[in-house]
Write a protein that binds this ligand. Sequence first.
Ligand SMILES: Nc1ncnc2c1ncn2[C@@H]1O[C@H](COP(=O)(O)OP(=O)(O)OP(=O)(O)O)[C@@H](O)[C@H]1O
Length: 919
Amino acid sequence: MPSPGTQAEPLPETLLSGSADTEKKLPSSAPDVKSPAKSASDDNLTPFMRQWTAAKNEHPDTLLFFRMGDFYELFYDDAVIAARELQLTLTARDRERAIPMAGVPYHAAENYLQRLLRKGFRIAICEQMEDPKLTKKIVRREVTRVLTPGTAFDASLDQAQNNFLAALHESDGISAIALLDLSTGDFRAAEFHGPAAHKQAIDELAKAQPSEILLSSNAPADLAADLTRNTDRVAARTRVDDWVWTRDYAVPLVERKLGVKSLEGFGLNGHPCAAIAAGVILHYVQSTQKLDAIHIDSLRFLERSNELQLDPVTVRNLELVESLIAGQDTRTTLFSTLDCSQTPMGKRLLRATILRPLYDAAVINARYEAVAEAHGDLMCREGLRRAFNGILDLERLLARLSLDSAGPRDVAALAASLAKLPELHKTLTAFTAPLWRDLTDRLDPLADVTTIITKTLVEQPPLTLADGGVIAEGVSAELDDLRRISRDGRQSISTIEERERARTGIASLKVRYNSVFGYYIEISKSNLALAPADYERKQTLVNAERFTTPELKDYEVRVLTAHDRAIEIEKQLFAQLRRSVLEAAGRIRRISAVVAEADMLAGFAHLATIRNYTRPELVDEPVLEAVAARHPVIEDWMSATNEGRFIPNSLYLCGQTQNDPETTENTQPSLLLITGPNMGGKSTYLRQAAMLVLMAQMGSYVPAARMRYGLVDRIYTRIGASDNVARGRSTFMVEMTETATILNTATNKSLVLLDEMGRGTATFDGLSLAWATVEFLHAEIGARTLFATHYHELTMLAEKLPRVVNLRVGVKESPSGIVFLHSIEPGAANKSYGIEVARLAGLPKAVLERARHVLRQHERQERRSVQAESETAEPMQMTIFTPLSQRIVDRLNATDVNSLTPLQALNLLEELKQELAKP
Ligand SMILES: Nc1ncnc2c1ncn2[C@@H]1O[C@H](COP(=O)(O)OP(=O)(O)OP(=O)(O)O)[C@@H](O)[C@H]1O
């Protein structure tokens, strides 16, 4: 069957990926593999090529892997592309027509397939559907699977990451997405309303980093452009016919798959767009996998209100799961720092939790309590962590079984992992915190499933079913009998050999077997005269002659038939085992979730111990207080590389509440203005605040001596120049867009980090924008804000605005230069050390001296103009705006407008105008 209603879009020319090995030029024609435009009924074609052409025409946008015996062969342009991409030798089939051909051995195909998928190709696997030995005509072949980047579920996937297939649906101002990781069964959907719906959907997609995105065939082209701009890894884009994206077709697909009459239980009622996106995903999976993916048995509707919101910019800026610099050591991410999970499920959950921390005090506190208990009991904690040892990727093993691509060893691995559950269950019962109790209750040890597998399979099964030896003795009486015949047959062969040697007197006579000629007696040419008359000649070699006898022929039939039949029965029993295990698919998936959560929490407890993290206190006020806090990633990095010691710093912030009086003596700061030299540690201090909140809202302990905080609804960052320049926006434009988002959407529960805002433009423009932004954040938003800046003028705001406080990073001047203390102190920096830092960076002496000279001149000029101003004018205003506008403002402030007659008002206006006209 062809893939109905799908069509791959050419990939963009460049992969804008963060990882070095994918940062390659893709051939623009990568997935364009529509060759040749032939008709299967073309009379000139051989029957074989007619069969190939028919399969290719059904899947024109794929590379067709055509099974021929022990090889998958590719022909025409497919062969040329595969040879180029996989460095295969290009040969030719049919000397006359010279059809390009390239192939890979079927047992090694997996590796080649994955390489092509990673390059964005789609692949159709055309299998032999009957045994070539049993047919005299051409073997029947069918496309059994279509592989696409988003539907991969092979063993080479990164175990710590999901491989998502996404669908994006937009209709009547509503944007919805669905995400499915076929390799684990993780299936989610979300829907967004209002003016920001589209952006929110794109942001969610960017966070999920799907490998493939399904779009409607009539979706606008710029939808795809948006995705490219906001997604780090460029996903393959596949168009699906618009008729699939309809409520009548797509929603019943989801209902049928989940076995329900309504999607209410999955939180999808009233969210038809999300349900349609989920349905499109299922349609696509069915058309590519050609079988029912049993392990997809639930769907999670994502509620943004339950999460701490992180937009993709913040995820990238804070280097939560990926390093900012492409190809850089991934050990510098928060994920790598916190990852001490023992199982792949635990790793994936940790990653997902970093990207979606909680926004629910009860759940967060329940986690703290569980971590506290494990933290406080070394024996139990270590016992628990040991219990995860040997639990392999339950979700992915199950998925492979569900998609019928699990071999005997996969099933044995599943059983070995499940066999660890009773021990895990026992270890968990030692804990009493409610969350541990809940996990213990949910941990079904699945003993029945383990028993079925261990009873059915031999202890160490072979990789494939092909040669048998997979099913244990005692499972099937018929199989045991056939095996005996086959075994006895081999013994009889040696008896025959001995007897025939004695009969003929030829000591070197051999009885052997090969797959082409079956059993035979081999006699060397020199002994041919001794061959008895009942020997029938079978094959002549250079130095020997091969014979058979009626007895040997009879043996052959019995032994080979027994062997083939035994393998047939093994296949049937294995299929039956697969079905039995899949009946427990839902239970296995639920257990995987329990294992993942227990593993992650045990990891938090372990980190708390080895890194000295402490339990945060979650309160009902918008505070953010941390005593002696550290940046988890830098601290870990420094201790791993023995590069110094991280200097702890404290933080006190309080978001503005509705009841806050306008000004009071002891107002807590909502905005910290941090000044100080480059390299002083300003950015680190900012990021550290975000890390603390993020970890705390994941339910983890934090790197601080003490932390007290109120829930944060969203973390905003405007940090440094990002790589969007490559995506068509200037540094300054990116900066302003990000700032606009903050000012338009932050609340008093948010955490805002602004690092060197305004530096991307002319000094005074930048300063003015930064100034106005601080005022707006202070007056209108009241979010907990950290603002690092090199504009010293901004520090004046601390005197004017009650909730703004100045902090500076400590430096010590010494004869040999400046020393960064990395401590955060009260007050504003009185000096910048740009030239000193430039010296440390190795700028040429001449440039440094010239810079010092220019700086001195500039400072002298500045002093002169300040002097002149103080002699002539009123005291300097605490504002960067001109005194003239301030005079007008003062005049207006002093006027009681209600007491003015219309004429007086007009006169006042005229006076102000004249004031403006003064030089
Ligand atoms: N508290 C600390 N303890 C130890 N080292 C630190 C600390 N804070 C920062 N550092 C180190 O100092 C260096 C500079 O830090 P950071 O980038 O935060 O400085 P900055 O003031 O933001 O500089 P710039 O203004 O140039 O961006 C980094 O290498 C960082 O690892």
